[in-house]
Design a protein around this ligand. Structure first.
Ligand code: HEM
Length: 239
């Protein structure tokens, strides 16, 4: 896998297979989300749900596998040595764009599962169609506690596995942070319930926010890709 991702890319001369493939798929997934948004706007709730579900799940699976295979990704590890432009551009443009991109991706990874779960909770199934139902959408406090206990239990299992498999302290810390984030997002739902009590309205407002976030992720990944492989490729700097 590592070798395959390092092969020369197919889009621009200085790109690698990993960079080109991940950028191309980012474009495909974002277009699918925007089509899903358009379907929702046209009132096609069920088609919207199906497209979003399939594209979001495949996107998360693909990117987690990709980042894992590239040990946290070409972009996140791309320090000054991977950038062929002047140091001032690296500090004042490239790094802020990359940091914004990674922050947005992290937010997207949190919002995506949240929105999928919220979508199911906020909908009624009328025959074969999903329809957003208006009215207060609140989770039972006992359910919250049960979910937290499940998260705690799963985290303990994963940490136990890490200890047995002799994984590094870094991996254990990463899992701790991941589970803590999930627990915090579940807790955040209590605040969101107060802020947007109507489930349908919550879905529309946060859904639009999520769609805009994905469009911004595409803009920042395009800028990063262009800077790394088209405008300031490493070979040009060396040659
Ligand atoms: C990441 C996940 C999701 C996002 C970002 C999202 C986003 C949106 C947005 C932005 C709208 C409002 C469109 C507009 O008026 O501008 C919407 C409507 C809707 N969504 Fe989602 N959604 C997601 C998941 C789901 C899921 C999982 C379901 C069903 C199980 C669902 C069912 C619906 C329905 C039924 C509507 C109303 C369509 C209508 O107006 O008739 N959504 N969604």
């Amino acid at each position: 896998m590592q070798e395959f991702l390092k092969k020369p890319g197919f889009m621009v001369a200085s790109g690698s297979m990993g960079a080109d493939l991940s950028y191309l798929l980012a474009v495909v997934f974002t277009v699918l989300f925007l089509v899903a948004w358009w379907m929702a706007k046209k009132g096609q709730g069920t088609r919207h749900h199906k497209l979003i579900f399939v594209s979001m799940v495949s996107m998360v699976v693909y990117f987690v596998a990709y980042y894992y295979a590239r040990s946290l990704g070409v972009l996140s590890l791309e320090g000054k040595e991977g950038f062929g432009g002047p140091p001032e551009v690296y500090d004042s443009i490239f790094l802020p764009v990359l940091t914004t991109h990674l922050t947005l991706v992290t937010l997207g990874l949190i919002l995506t599962p949240y929105m999928i779960v919220e979508g199911f909770r906020a909908c009624d199934k009328l025959g074969r169609d999903y329809v957003l139902k208006s009215g207060e959408l609140k989770a039972d406090p006992k359910k919250f506690i049960r979910i937290w206990l499940w998260i705690l239990g799963l985290w303990a299992l994963v940490e136990g596995y890490c200890l047995i498999a002799g994984k590094s302290g870094g991996a254990q810390l990463a899992y701790f942070l991941i589970f803590m984030t999930i627990a915090l997002v579940v807790g955040l739902e209590k605040l969101i319930e107060k802020w947007l009590p109507d489930g349908a309205r919550r879905h529309r407002i946060l859904g639009r926010g999520t769609m805009i976030l994905f469009a911004l992720i595409l803009c920042t990944s395009t800028a990063t890709y262009l800077m790394l492989y088209v405008i300031y490729p490493l070979k040009a700097a060396a040659g």
